[in-house]
Write a protein that binds this ligand. Structure first.
Ligand code: FES
Length: 108
């Protein structure tokens, strides 16, 4: 059995709130962007590491999101930065789906 002592699951939204190929912003002090990549859900920091645009407002192509402001690209699955002008990755968060609800493991 998996140990989940360190996990703080927070309900983010419903599965139907995240259209395939679109981002969903979980609006909180530290905003999170959720994506639906072929029916699998992923969560990353919403704020672009270049200049603070929302990645949930970016352009999604498969498992890549392109920032809407200056077009840096990030891997939705790993947070890795794939193109300039951003140079730093974004954090990723574990996601689980229970029924029609999407939960994210968020720090307190
Ligand atoms: S704010 Fe994202 S690339 Fe500039």
């Amino acid at each position: 059995m998996e140990c989940e002592d360190h996990v703080t699951w927070t309900k983010a939204c419903g599965t139907s709130d995240i259209e395939k190929g679109e981002g969903f912003q979980l609006d909180r002090e530290h905003p999170i962007a959720l994506f639906n990549v072929d029916g699998e859900y992923f969560a990353i920091d919403d704020t672009c590491t270049h200049d603070e645009s929302s990645l949930a407002d970016g352009y999604v192509d498969g498992d890549v999101v392109e920032c809407a402001w200056h077009f840096a690209k990030f891997c939705i699955k790993t947070g890795e930065v794939l193109s300039l002008p951003a140079t730093c990755p974004v954090a990723t968060y574990a996601v689980k789906v229970e029924g029609d609800d999407v939960f994210v493991d968020l720090p307190d």
